[in-house]
Design a protein around this ligand. Structure first.
Ligand SMILES: Cc1ncc(COP(=O)(O)O)c(C=O)c1O
Length: 287
């Protein structure tokens, strides 16, 4: 498996925290590996072990132009001796994003897929239809969502050395949120949706967490949609960098911090509370 660094927690400095007597820490999963950083490694670890145990040769997945998931998968696959292939929501003739350029350089076979076909793959995917095209292969769903990804995300919570009243994490598929909520039943875990219209996620994730109720999805801080930003988000990320010398991406982690700030302003986090946010990486997408 990959060599990874420990993920440390440290205190966050921000004026709104001091003014409200809130103790916010950040868990630096972004530092666990220079490429396969943040929750990417957490979600891939057990999937890749499973693929190895099943003697699969090729890892196949799907993602968009700036996918942190494909970026991490291409690198990890190369390091661990797998071939990799991915259905990519992009046009064959378009200029590759730096993310896809890296993927290709690391040997990933990019299969360009139209928006319509991509949506169909997402909703009616049947791996056995592709068995001939990809012999001895292992399918990893979009964003890596799976029981094994959740198992890996649980390790984020199991590493914590103290209990927190609240834990916040940026959310796409919800695998990291589910893992954290399972591992930290004493905390209220909030997954901050990075995209609009994420209300459906609640019903989708509930079966994985029943009967637990220590989790919620924040659908109010997507800032206009996936990879969209606004002046409030831009200045919060800059202010965070100024006070902490840590970069946050605006797709997941900036929105996560925005949700923490709103929850404090709305009095949903009590004074004196201990709060943790997970830095899930994703900085490659800012290029
Ligand atoms: C940097 C980053 N943070 C958070 C997430 C959301 O993780 P999940 O899909 O487990 O909700 C992703 C997507 O995988 C991501 O790339």
């Amino acid at each position: 498996m990959l060599n990874t660094n420990p993920s440390v927690c440290h205190k966050v400095q921000m004026p709104f925290l001091a003014q409200n007597n809130i103790d916010l820490e950040i868990k630096r999963d972004d530092l666990i590996h220079p490429v396969v950083s943040g929750n990417k490694w957490r979600k891939l670890k057990y999937l890749l072990m499973d693929a190895q145990a099943k003697d699969c040769k090729t890892l196949v997945s799907m993602g968009g132009n700036w996918s942190n998931h494909l970026h991490a998968l291409a690198y990890a696959g190369k390091e661990l001796g797998f071939n990799t292939a991915a259905f990519v929501r992009a046009h064959e003739g378009q200029r590759l994003t730096p993310t896809l350029e890296d993927c290709r350089q690391w040997g990933m076979d990019l299969i360009f897929t139209s928006r319509v076909d991509y949506a169909q793959l997402r909703h009616s995917f049947q791996w056995n239809h592709f068995a001939e095209q990809f012999p001895q292969s292992y399918w990893i769903s979009e964003g890596g969502f799976s029981e094994l990804a959740i198992k890996g995300a649980e390790e984020i919570g199991r590493e914590l050395e103290q209990e927190y009243d609240h834990i916040f994490v940026g959310t796409g598929s919800g695998a990291t949120l589910v893992g954290l909520a399972k591992a930290c039943p004493e905390s209220l875990v909030t997954g901050v949706a990075s995209f609009s219209g994420a209300e459906y996620l609640h019903a989708q994730l509930e079966p994985f967490l029943k009967p637990q109720s220590n989790w919620r999805i924040d659908c109010e801080h997507h800032c206009g949609g996936f990879a969209k930003s606004n002046s409030e988000l831009d200045s919060l990320v800059e202010e965070f960098h100024h006070h902490n010398d840590v970069r946050l991406d605006k797709v997941y982690n900036g929105k996560c911090l925005l949700a923490v700030k709103s929850a404090v302003a709305q009095g949903r986090i009590n004074q004196g509370s201990k709060v943790l946010m997970i830095h899930t990486g994703g900085l490659q997408g800012m290029r």
